[in-house]
Design a protein around this ligand. Structure first.
Ligand SMILES: [Zn+2]
Ligand SMILES: [Zn+2]
Length: 486
């Protein structure tokens, strides 16, 4: 067009910007965004708000956040597109506090925000499990009627689900006036992660009856649901059903299948599936196999899985720990020590076990056996008192669990004061009676804590929702929603 002498204008620059933003990374010349920006600066439309925000949106979508921010700061005039492009750009790049900062500025300047902005901010709250803030944004969206948008709706479903309030997630879904594929997938993954497996299958039928065609994310949700419930046959059925729906299984689907087979101990079958993959198996696939080997004490396969996993360039401390504890569980203590040494030699640091509880607008974080929290004395006293009741009810601390998958800091701590228990202790003190105590943890909950929290829920009459790095556990009246399968 330019070669034919047609000038760049406020009409065609935004279209070109959209094209650059939409192009896949491999097809986009690295400097294309900057070239287009440079070209537009030479036209009389450089200060045009419509042109400016389309360029800003392009920079943000291409991941050039610093350029997007510079352009935003220099714009003589901004509109809702400029604000939301920057907020969503930060949110999608995981720069959560920057996204929140711009969102606050938008509120202070009383800039009208749209449903995309709101849904981005709710997604930020969801990935950081900032429940209170997310709920405030939800309330705001009701006032401006933006909550009717299915984009906002699906972010809300995932916010409440990730914060452990699956009933709220279902309510948002049930009340949504308009549904898109995104909100159906969001409610499917919520059902899967909270162990409501038959609800997930039911919703899969309902979504098709409502005229929605399942995509690869839908199938990933279903496979996750099967995996959390150990349903191998259903999982295989959905895995082969994908092709009938025109979706080729991706690496994530293979990882979910390996997880599913591995959790029920069908390790050689899982290994065969990996060997049949049409693509190079990524870290997640080997990680799932390694986890299964740990559960079933299969040290030989664990060694293969770990070797292949490290070949992907992974520096996961979890994988080193899993390998060493699989050796230990199989009685191969020399190999276990060698695996730990290999980890130190590779300069990989163990991830510290952290648990956190959000209450009254504050996030309280705990590591095992720590006394940094100002109310530590009360927490320890209370846990001791509850511990006596638990023991009277039949709880016996399983010290074996301590030498399993937990990191060294947690190992040294007496089991009673693992980080999640301290967080729950604070929850008992400050979360009002009748409200579930919601705790998040970055690592897998250990066997003993899982057992102890069951007793704790019975002895205190409280509901505890614990999210570890695998799934949600809802402890109520002495039982856990995972059915001890996690
Ligand atoms: Zn524990
Ligand atoms: Zn559980």
């Amino acid at each position: 067009m330019l070669a034919a002498g047609v000038p760049a204008t406020d009409r065609n620059i935004p279209s070109a910007a959209k094209a650059v933003a939409a192009a896949e990374d491999s097809f986009r010349p690295p400097l294309a965004p900057h070239a287009l920006h440079g070209l537009s600066a030479k036209t009389p439309f450089a200060g045009d708000v419509f042109v400016g925000s389309s360029l800003l949106d392009m920079y943000a979508k291409c991941g050039h956040l610093a350029d997007a921010r510079r352009l935003f700061d220099e714009m003589p005039e901004r509109n809702v597109v400029s604000w939301s492009a920057l907020i969503c750009g930060y949110a999608d790049s995981g720069m959560h506090s920057a996204a929140m900062g711009i969102f606050r500025m938008a509120l202070e300047d009383a800039v009208p925000v749209n449903d995309f902005t709101i849904s981005c901010i709710i997604r930020v709250c969801a990935s950081a499990t900032l429940f209170v803030l997310g709920a405030q944004v939800h309330t705001r969206s009701i006032k401006t009627a933006l909550n009717a948008s299915p984009f906002v709706g699906s972010s809300l479903v995932s916010l409440y689900s990730k914060c452990g309030l699956v009933e709220c997630a279902y309510r948002v879904f049930g009340e949504a006036p308009e549904r898109n594929l995104g909100i159906w997938n969001a409610v499917l993954i919520a059902s899967a992660q909270h162990g409501h497996t038959s609800a997930a299958f039911q919703r899969f039928m309902e979504m098709q009856n409502a005229g929605f065609w399942p995509n690869y994310i839908t199938f990933l949700c279903l496979l996750t649901a099967c995996s959390h419930a150990g349903l191998v046959d259903e999982g295989k059925r959905y895995f082969s059903l994908m092709k009938e729906y025109g979706s080729e299984p991706q690496a994530e689907h293979y990882a979910a299948m390996v997880d599913l087979l591995g959790r029920v101990g069908r390790i050689s079958e899982a290994l065969d599936l990996i060997e049949s993959m049409p693509m190079e198996p990524p870290e997640s696939v080997w990680g799932a196999l390694l986890m299964a080997c740990r559960m079933f004490k299969d040290a030989d396969t664990a060694a293969i899985a770990a070797k292949r996993l490290f070949e992907t360039g992974s520096r996961s401390s979890g994988a080193h720990m899993l390998l060493s504890s699989t050796y230990a569980a199989a009685g191969r203590h020399v190999d276990a020590a060698l695996a730990r040494k290999a980890m130190r030699d590779a300069g990989v640091r163990k991830e510290t076990g952290l648990s956190w509880l959000e209450a009254a607008g504050e996030v309280h974080t705990f590591v095992s056996n720590c006394r940094r929290h100002p109310r530590s004395n009360e927490i320890y006293r209370l846990l001791e008192k509850v511990g006596e009741k638990m023991e009277a009810a039949g709880y016996v601390a399983d010290t074996n669990a301590v030498v399993k998958d937990v990191d060294k800091d947690e190992k040294q701590a007496t089991v009673r004061y693992h980080s999640e228990r301290l967080a729950i202790g604070l929850g008992l003190l400050i979360v009002p009676e009748g409200v579930p105590i919601r705790v998040m943890k970055n690592l897998r909950v250990c066997d003993d804590c899982h057992n102890a929290i069951k007793y704790l829920s019975k002895c205190t009459g409280r509901i505890v929702v614990l999210r570890d790095n695998r799934r949600f556990h809802r402890f109520e009246d002495g039982a856990c929603s995972c059915g001890d399968f996690w």
